[in-house]
Ligand binder design. Structure first.
Ligand code: GTP
Ligand code: SPV
Ligand code: MN
Length: 586
């Protein structure tokens, strides 16, 4: 008798009619064969084998370079279960519309069946997914981003407990591109895109949209968060999980080289994008990183901003939509000075200088997590790491100070729910528009966000040793339009203050929005920064925050009666606290 996975593969093959089916067993030999085929047909370009051994460049279709939110749908039976912030189609409508696009889609192609495990091999919290795809680039990327082949198959056995994801490049036409989630069936369908979050179905589709739905039902949390360890001079390590929207600094913070290393503060990396968290028997909230690799933004990455990545990507990595130097090395804006003469741009054309980008703004590297020099010794810890603090933050040129601490859990949930950020190149569309992005989950919450806020509010009291909640903003700008804070490795100074707050050791001043460090409480030794700049970074301007109240009221209004009353209570309380401080005459 066919197993559930075999049955689903057969059913998918009847629909898409591939010329051949290949089961990916995770072996090196199969991996090499796949790479060789892609080198032969131009899907991959080999990089210099001395300086970048086993590294490849892939150029995607120029219309297919980022996640596309307009074509991403939650197909729950009830529209209300998807909520006002998600696109919705009924499961029946979605299947009728999109099965036509899948029909015969793999006619002249190979169908790859990729069983994968999200999470460490031995973890009780890990979950199996199976992706069917006709893109060998997706398969090669899944080899890096997840645990492929035998491990998930052995775990699965004859069980039907896996998340199926059917993916086809289709004809790559943006008009026939869909990323569909059927949360009740735990099923994913994606067609028409070969790009990262649209096509590597273990990542955003499973580990966030489907998993967030499961997590609410099962009392755990699936979040768009990096996980980082900060070890202090005493040798104790605190783990911090941080939610920043796409292209707002998760990977960089997760892999940062601490500017306070000489003072004994060291940073280790557990995850850079997704965190699955469960309440453990010791009362802590334990986090695992479901991924096995990092899919990071290339532009801006260099030896100074992220030396760990620069070391890690020197082997076994795939680069997507970056430039290619004449010596066969990858190149992107910000890597190191000007592009060498003869560099080919991300579209495969000679770069003529001028303002045209060599690397696409959302070009990326895909690198095995284990290659990162900063990887945490507990990266594969089956029980996960205990989280001491949550950070939330986005790109805010104004308003939000460098860091502040929420008053308590419920206030922290409100702070996270009112997060906002300027849009980036990680999504298709205009960049630089400030939008509300609660918990950095706006594009990734697989159900009604009002209920998601409720889930967050309910989780706090269930965690005896709950993380403290903070908000950070590395992106505040001065009157000259430049960032006020140096960021990157210097962010450790903020993490240090956060950990000291957790240990009840550092000072803060109470403001209407929460607790802000005193200037003295931040360790600034060795940093060339003016006193007035620090003051500006920590400034809480009541007038700005009163304006925020209007914007958040409008945003929360979209959820109608489904919004937990606690959120409105927090909104009122903030308004009240703001009304008590005198607004300085401008
Ligand atoms: P996704 O992979 O899309 O989820 O992005 P991410 O949140 O991991 O963002 P990433 O760390 O890749 O950073 C995105 C961009 O922000 C890059 O261009 C970085 O150079 C820049 N960046 C990251 N950290 C900082 C910082 O502390 N300060 C400043 N000014 N820029 C930063
Ligand atoms: C993001 O956009 O948050 C990413 C890249 O991490 S993608 O995998 O495309 O979602
Ligand atoms: Mn991300």
């Amino acid at each position: 008798m066919a197993s559930p996975i075999e049955e689903w593969v057969e059913e998918s093959a009847r629909l898409t009619t591939p010329k051949k089916i290949v089961w990916c067993n995770g072996s090196e030999s199969q991996h090499h064969q796949l790479i060789d085929e892609m080198l032969a047909d131009g899907t991959l370009i080999g990089l210099d084998s001395k300086t970048y051994p086993n590294c490849y460049l892939h150029r995607s279709d120029p219309s297919d370079v980022a996640r596309t939110e307009q074509i991403t749908f939650i197909c729950s039976r009830l529209q209300n279960d998807a909520g006002p912030t998600n696109n919705w189609m009924s499961p029946a409508d979605a299947k009728e519309k999109v099965s036509g696009l899948f029909r015969w889609a793999m006619k002249d192609r190979t169908m790859y069946v990729v069983p994968y495990l999200m999470g460490p091999a031995e973890s009780p919290y890990s979950k199996v997914g199976v992706e069917i795809t006709d893109s060998p680039y997706v398969v090669a990327s899944m080899y890096i981003m997840a645990r492929i082949g035998r491990v998930p198959l052995e775990r699965l056995g004859n069980s039907a407990d896996f998340v199926p994801g059917l993916h086809s490049l289709g004809d790559l036409s943006p008009d026939r591109r869909y990323v569909l989630h059927f949360p009740e069936e735990k099923l994913i369908w994606s067609i028409g895109s070969g790009y990262g979050g649209n096509a590597l179905l273990g990542k955003k589709c499973f580990a966030l949209r489907i998993a967030s739905w499961m997590a609410r039902e099962q009392n755990w949390m699936a979040e768009h968060m990096l996980i980082v360890g900060l070890t202090g001079p005493s040798g104790k390590t605190h783990y911090i999980a941080a939610a920043f929207p796409s292209a707002c600094g998760k990977t960089n913070l997760a892999m940062m080289v601490s500017a306070l290393e000489n003072e004994g503060y060291k940073v280790t990396t557990v995850g850079d994008d997704i965190s699955w968290m469960h309440v453990a028997s010791d009362g802590t909230l334990r986090a695992i990183n479901p991924e096995a690799g990092f899919f990071g933004v290339a532009p801006g990455t260099n030896k100074k901003t992220n030396p760990n990545v620069m070391t890690a990507v020197r082997s076994n990595s795939i680069f997507t939509n970056v430039g290619l130097t004449p010596s066969g090395e990858p190149w992107w804006e910000g890597i190191n000075g000007a592009a060498p003469a003869g560099t080919i741009d991300w579209r495969g054309r000679p770069h003529m200088g001028g303002s045209e980008l060599v690397a696409q703004a959302n070009s990326r590297y895909t690198v095995p997590a284990r290659q990162t020099p900063s990887i945490s010794p507990r990266f594969e810890d089956p029980e996960g790491v205990p989280i001491s603090a949550f950070l939330f933050g986005g790109r805010r040129a104004r308003v939000a100070p460098l860091v502040y601490e929420a008053r308590n859990w419920a206030h922290g949930v409100f702070v996270a729910a009112t997060m906002a950020s300027e849009t980036t190149a990680a999504i298709t569309g205009q960049t630089g528009i400030t939008r509300r992005d609660p918990m950095a989950m706006l594009p990734f919450c697989g159900y009604n966000m009002a209920r998601y806020f409720g889930h967050w509010l309910e989780m706090g009291p269930k965690i005896p040793r709950a993380p403290r909640i903070f908000h950070v903003n590395w992106f505040r700008k001065g009157a000259d339009g430049k960032f006020l804070w140096p960021g990157y490795g210097e962010n450790v100074r903020v993490l240090k203050w956060i950990v000291e707050r957790v240990e009840e050791k550092s000072d803060a001043v109470e403001t209407p929005i929460g607790f802000v460090p005193t200037r003295e409480a931040l360790t600034l030794d060795g940093l060339d920064i003016q006193r007035s700049t620090i003051e500006e970074l920590l400034r809480v301007d009541p007038a700005d925050w009163i304006a925020e109240l209007d914007s958040t009221r409008q945003f929360f209004g979209r959820f109608g009666p489904a919004l937990p009353q606690e959120i409105w209570k927090q909104h009122e309380a903030l308004q009240h606290r703001l009304s008590r401080v005198t607004v300085p005459a401008s």
